[in-house]
Design a protein around this ligand. Structure first.
Ligand SMILES: [Zn+2]
Length: 224
């Protein structure tokens, strides 16, 4: 069987999390979100985890090289022999180069960089309409999934709030960081023939089935 070594790209709010969950379920792939694997390394108190913790405790960014070594450790653990799904790393060309080296050194290669796109206005509309229940984190959307009573959680009656991350000005700031840092990465993967684009304004089901079809084609090509 061919490996599925995948990177997920796209702006916040394009539906990456939903698609990641489905791919993980479909193919039983380990899901490597940078935040999660760093936290796990810290909890396990591995040597790399202790190193990462020093940066995190100071509120500093964990260096690319260290993140890539944490990912490499997971690649060597056996759990990712059939593939993996990376989300949130790489975000920059520098990180992509570090990652490529780590994968190369293991005699493996990336299968595809899956890019889920969405226009800025759509991202702002999706994220800034989100309301989260203050008590249990139940999520609503003022437009797409409103609660029965304005500002009140259907499930437990607690107050619905807008998280700071979902405020329109914060969303626009996150989008501008994405455009500056991550868009050059899209060209970088395109030049390597690894980029596959998906329109995140389609329904999650449609995006999912297109990703499945693309991966099936890539698997066939790998066998030839
Ligand atoms: Zn609730």
């Amino acid at each position: 069987m061919s490996e599925r070594n995948l990177v997920l790209l796209g702006p916040p709010g394009a539906g990456k999390g939903t698609q990641a969950q489905r791919l993980v379920d479909d193919f039983d792939l380990p899901y490597y979100s940078t935040g999660i694997i760093l936290r796990e390394a810290v909890e396990e108190q591995s040597e790399l985890g202790r190193e990462a913790k020093q940066y995190m405790d100071r509120g500093d960014l964990v260096p690319d090289d260290l993140i890539s070594r944490v990912i490499a450790e997971r690649l060597d653990s056996g759990e990712a022999d059939d593939g993996f799904l990376l989300d949130g790393f790489p975000r920059t060309i520098g990180q992509a180069e570090v990652l490529e080296r780590a994968i190369d050194e293991r005699g493996r290669s990336l299968t595809a960089a899956l890019l889920i796109t969405a226009p800025d206005e759509e991202v702002v509309r999706r994220l800034s309409g989100r309301r989260t229940c203050a008590k249990a984190g139940h999520v609503y959307h003022v437009e797409f999934d409103p609660p029965k009573n304005d500002g009140v959680c259907d499930q437990d009656g607690s107050r619905l709030i807008q998280r700071d991350d979902d405020r329109p000005d914060t969303v626009r700031k996150r989008l501008s960081v994405y455009h500056d840092q991550t868009e050059p990465l899209i060209d970088w993967y395109e030049e390597r023939g690894l980029l596959r684009r998906f329109d995140g304004t389609m329904t999650p089901e449609e995006v999912h089935s297109r990703i499945r079809a693309t991966l099936a084609t890539l698997a066939l090509e790998a066998e030839i």
